[in-house]
Write a protein that binds this ligand. Structure first.
Ligand SMILES: C[S@@+](CC[C@H](N)C(=O)[O-])C[C@H]1O[C@@H](n2cnc3c(N)ncnc32)[C@H](O)[C@@H]1O
Length: 239
């Protein structure tokens, strides 16, 4: 049986992981209004603030208190690592798994620093309906929700088909509504052998049919063995 999850995990990446995922440099982000959606417990906001960037995050979980999110984040990291390591489809050697867990804990700690110190940067909201006006942002970053939480049949991780193709198209359309450019990562399956997520192509086709410029661009990302599809979907809104 492939590895599966029954919910979207409150699990986040560090600044280096995130900028690598989206093929971004600090200079490339400067002067832009940036949305991280879903932000989850990633490190983008505090690291962005420290670099003078204009960045906010949006996630359904942000209605909770910092204490609740700390407890949730720790529980999700610990439970996900245990289930990963129990499953021969996705298990890594223990040294790699420990290093991976350390990165998740570092991201959670950075997230909590930002969530406590800069609550105005965290907006509660859910795709496919975001609480922002059209074109509020220059750049929206969407990591580890779209594609990866589609069902197992579609190359995703979910044991059920809640985030179906209609959801994906509506969610990406919404990100494009609020932003000039959208970057989505990852595009491949977590279960082995890695393959392109089934919804990548239809989502790209739907956005191209709506007149947007759509491409797969290289990521600077290596996670364990998943090197085959080292890219992200980039959508630039038709002007
Ligand atoms: C694995 S985290 C990704 C965090 C971060 N972007 C990263 O790549 O590390 C997935 C997040 O998706 C959020 N989420 C679940 N359903 C959502 C929805 N409909 N709209 C926006 N975010 C959602 C969850 O609350 C969770 O924090």
């Amino acid at each position: 049986m492939p590895f599966s999850l029954d919910h979207t995990v409150f699990f986040g990446r560090t600044w280096e992981e995130s900028t690598g995922m989206y093929g971004l440099s600090e200079e490339g982000m400067r002067g832009k209004r940036i949305l991280d959606c879903p932000g989850g417990p990633d490190a983008m906001v505090i690291e962005g603030i420290n670099r003078g960037l204009d960045i906010v995050a949006c996630d359904p979980q942000y209605s909770q208190t910092p204490e609740q999110l700390e407890a949730l984040g720790l529980k999700e990291i610990s439970e996900t690592m245990i289930s990963f390591q129990k499953d021969p489809n996705v298990a890594a050697d223990q040294k790699q798994a420990d290093a991976y867990e350390k990165l998740k804990l570092a991201a959670l700690s950075s997230f909590l620093e930002a969530f406590r110190g800069h609550p105005d940067r965290f907006i509660t909201g859910s795709l496919p309906s975001l609480p922002f006006e059209d074109d509020t942002f220059d750049l929206s970053l969407s990591g580890h929700l779209l594609f990866v939480y589609s069902s197992l049949e579609q190359g995703g991780l979910m044991s059920h088909d809640e985030l179906d193709l209609d959801f994906h198209i509506a969610a990406v359309r919404e990100l494009v509504r609020v932003s000039r450019q959208v970057r989505i990562f990852p595009t491949w399956s977590v279960n082995k052998p890695p393959r392109r997520q089934a919804y990548v192509e239809p989502v790209m086709e739907a956005m191209a049919a709506e007149g947007h410029e759509v491409s797969l661009l290289p990521s600077q990302w290596v996670e364990m063995e998943y090197k085959e599809f080292n890219d992200f979907v980039c959508i630039t809104k038709a002007s």
